[in-house]
Design a protein around this ligand. Structure first.
Ligand code: AR6
Length: 342
């Protein structure tokens, strides 16, 4: 997962490098800067004294001393002055310069705090959006695992309207599913509403049409032979859909926010069983309508259930044709659900 949003203290991150939200003197301060200097020990301040400060939007690298990483990249975010004073461009350049510096020093993993979103006053929601956009843009050209480390839940607040919309969508679906289950035990499609959505767990049994076909009076098949005869697998469907959408593999796995190595595994193994989050991330990246998304999930042995808030939130975004994996993750986070790919 090339960009992961995690809740942690950045001084505890075991990455090749962590980024410090510093000030132009580079001589320490409060917030994340204070925490990093305290955890690194006095050697960090001594090295910082030799650097001659740092301009807003730029980045400078030091050793990490007592921290569990190799480097600290110090960057200076803009002070928020209402948003009309080049704040966004300067914040983007903090991310770009820090990422470039990390790349130049061979870093494969890097952790950012939400730069400028504390003492410097940048609104957290907007700061998060700039962080995600800048890092995603960089990762379309480079391979790196980047964490955005948020300290408090308020960094991750979706708009009240979106929250209310999703809440009422969950209420509708949740009530709907429970009602059908309790009072009739059967959904409109004739299948048990709850069980019909959740019980199909294995790809070999996923194709109901195939199950309904009369059994051929042939000799028993070995398991391997039987598996070969199942319909198109998840991996095959994924590759076919990528071609149909005219995407490259890289465009697809990057949009899904899936690691290249994991994608290669899926590509190379026709019967690969991805996790539910991975399967959903691909369905989102391919912008599949709900029916096809469910079909793809079924190939991996999963379903979207109305008895799971996570599933209903995914359904909400697909139904509203919003396929932005980061926005979906923000909403999942706001509703205390696991994130896609995390
Ligand atoms: N780990 C992760 N995130 C943290 C941590 C931590 N240990 N501590 C705070 N945050 P700030 P800025 C979050 O104020 O806005 C310093 O004095 C915090 O919740 O550290 O860029 C410098 O010397 C917030 O979301 O940095 C500068 O003078 C985010 O980190 C000035 O503050 C950034 O908050 C820089 O201000």
């Amino acid at each position: 997962m090339p960009v992961q949003i995690v809740r942690n203290d950045i001084t505890k991150m075991k990455c090749d490098a962590i980024v410090n939200a510093a000030n132009p003197t580079l001589l320490g301060g409060g917030g994340v800067d204070g925490a990093i200097h305290e955890a690194a020990g006095s050697g960090l301040l001594e090295e910082c004294r030799t650097l001659g400060g740092c301009k807003t939007g730029e980045a400078k690298l030091t050793g990490a001393y007592d921290l569990p990483c190799k480097y600290v990249i110090h960057t200076v975010g803009p002070v928020w002055r209402g948003g009309q004073n080049n704040e966004e461009a300067l914040l983007k350049s903090c991310y770009r310069n820090s990422l470039t510096t990390a790349l130049e020093h061979g870093c494969e993993t890097l952790a950012f705090p939400l730069i400028s979103s504390g003492v410097y006053g940048y609104p957290k929601e907007q700061a998060l959006r700039v962080a995600v956009d800048s890092i995603t843009e960089f990762l379309t050209e480079h391979d790196m695992l980047v964490y955005i480390v948020v300290f408090d839940r308020s960094s991750f607040r979706i708009s009240e309207k979106l929250f209310a919309d999703i809440s009422s969508f969950i209420d509708d679906k949740y009530v709907d599913a429970n009602f059908k289950f309790r009072f009739s035990g059967r959904g409109e499609s004739g299948e048990s509403a709850v069980l019909g959505e959740t019980q199909i767990l294995y790809p070999a049994a996923a194709n109901l049409a195939q199950l309904r076909r009369p059994a051929k009076p042939t000799k028993a098949l070995s398991l391997e032979e039987a598996l070969k005869q199942t319909d198109e697998s998840f991996s095959e469907m994924l590759l076919r859909k990528i071609d149909e959408k005219g995407m490259t593999d890289a465009q697809c796995y990057k949009k899904a926010n899936i690691d290249r190595k994991l994608f290669s595994k899926i590509r190379g193994d026709r019967l690969y069983r991805p996790s539910k989050q991975t399967a959903i991330a691909f369905a989102i990246a391919l912008e599949l309508p709900l029916g096809e998304a469910k079909d793809m999930l079924m190939k991996a042995g999963f379903a979207l259930s109305h008895s799971s808030r996570f599933d209903i939130i995914i359904e909400y975004f697909i139904t509203n044709e919003n396929y932005n994996v980061f926005e979906i993750n923000e909403a999942l986070f706001a509703f205390d659900q696991p994130l896609l790919g995390a």
